[in-house]
Every structure is written in structure tokens, then in C-alpha cells.
Design a protein around this ligand. Sequence first.
Ligand code: ADP
Ligand code: MG
Length: 281
Amino acid sequence: MSESKNDTKAPPSPKSTKSPGGHLAYQRLHANMTTLKLGVAESIVDSYLESSAAEGKSTVEALDYLLDQEVKSRNSASIETRLKLSGFPVRKTLEDFDLSAQPSIDTKVVQELRTLRFVHNTENVIFLGPPGVGKTHLAIALGMEAIRAGFMAYYLSAAQLVEDLKKAAQQDRLDVKLRSLGRYPLLILDEIGYLPMDRVGAHLFFRLVSHRYEKGSTIFTSNKPYSEWGEVLGDTVIAAATLDRILHHSTTVNIKGESYRLMSRRKAGLPTPSPVIPVEA
Ligand code: ADP
Ligand code: MG
């Protein structure tokens, strides 16, 4: 890169733009920053150079600050993009999760999961437990950790997964769909067992689990113990083969507790709804 005499003045302040050469360098600086897509640095360069010159900062400090702002903004923009693409129905974090409310969860296990070693090692995590105990919360919170660490993560309810796979199969593009779901380093499959699967659904679910086996990490949540997955999948043979692959490299977190919402209402002295589930008319 060629340097004009004006460039040797460090750091260039807007004052230097008053000389003809300085004006040219100033315009080229902005044009080149636009070409290089340094949008954040470009938006702050004028005011920053002015204040850094007043504070007597060196050129290195000024350049470091500007580029650092650009990198920080790109990282957070890419995290935001990956979060938007993740399909998470809500955003939940591990910080928001009150472990003391669920004594059945081993804190050490959560700490280990938080390291994301399971994602690096393409292992699975399964959260089991009754409704409201935080299975979805923990699954999404780990997904957010993975996204923050630079991974792509994708969330689907089991019902949505089966619907998507059936649609793909009907359109003769099941392999493409399996490959695309196979590429996520972390897939979250929520609510297995809320709706029983039919034979086709169970078979497609097995195909996906087989496809991701030892290739990617999957977090499953279910309100049904493994002993009932035969009923969930409508076929004990498929259930056994599916569980065999899921559990080969995995951590199961069995949450035995009360619904967090009901617990909070009870603690606040509020009435808790009766356990009878109303049937919609
Ligand atoms: P599940 O998936 O097990 O049915 P959720 O994860 O959807 O339960 O939890 C129900 C609600 O209670 C969510 O809003 C969740 O954020 C909250 N919640 C559950 N457990 C906890 C907890 N231990 N600390 C904080 N919030 C919790
Ligand atoms: Mg849930």
C-alpha cells in the first residue's frame, strides 16, 4: 500500500482534512472503509479520531479501537443472526434458571453441559420429566450457549419434525431434508411423547436419529420415561433401535419435581389450578 505524506501524521484528525492531500485521504479512508464493509468503524471514525487526538492516543490505539468495535459488532450480529435462524420459540438462559427450585437436577451435570463438551463430542442430552419442570428452558438455554460459542443450533418440536419429514418424503426430498438437519452441530427436539407418532412418523424419526448418530449432538426432551417410548413411537422395535442410538453417547437429566409455575404460585400464596385438564369444546 502506498502512503501519502499526510498519512504519516498520527492519528489523522479532521483538522488534517483541511489540507488538500488530507481531504483526499479522508475521502479515500471513508470510501475504502465502505468497500471493506467496515460499516461500524466507518460510522465512528470521525468522532473517534477527533476525541482520540484530543486525548493524545497513539495511532495503534486508535486503529485497535476502531477494528475492535467492528469485530465486536460482527460477532454480536452473527450471534443475533444464528439466534434468529434457530427457531427457538422463546429465549431462555442458564442464568435465568433457578437450580435451587429443582433439587433433582445435579448442579455438576449442568455445569458440565455448560462447557458444551457434549456438542464438541457429538453426544446427546435428554431431559425427562413432567410438564413445567424446565425441560424446554434448559434445552433452549444450552442452545443459546452453543450459539454464543459459535455453533449453529436449531429447535423443532417432535410434532413439527415429523410433519416436516413427512412433507419432505411426499415431495421425494427426504434425503435432502435429512442432510440439512444432519448439518446442525446442535439440534433440539422438544416434546417427544406429547403426541404419539404413527408408524410413518416413528420410522422417519428413527431415520433422523440414525442420520445424526455420532455426527451431531441432539437435545431431546420428553415427559415420558424411556420405558414408555414404545407407546410414544407406536412400535417397541423401532423405539428400542432409536433409543439404542440416542443413548449410546448421552447424558440423561431426569427431573423429578413440581411444575415451576405452580410452585411459584403456591409460594406466592396464589391459588393453583386443579390438576384436572379441561377438555376444549
Ligand atoms: P417443561 O418444558 O418441562 O414443560 P418449561 O421449560 O417450559 O417446562 O418451563 C415452564 C416455565 O417455567 C417456563 O417459563 C420456564 O422458563 C420456567 N421455569 C421452569 N423451571 C424453572 C427454573 N428452575 N427456574 C426458572 N424458571 C423456570
Ligand atoms: Mg416443554
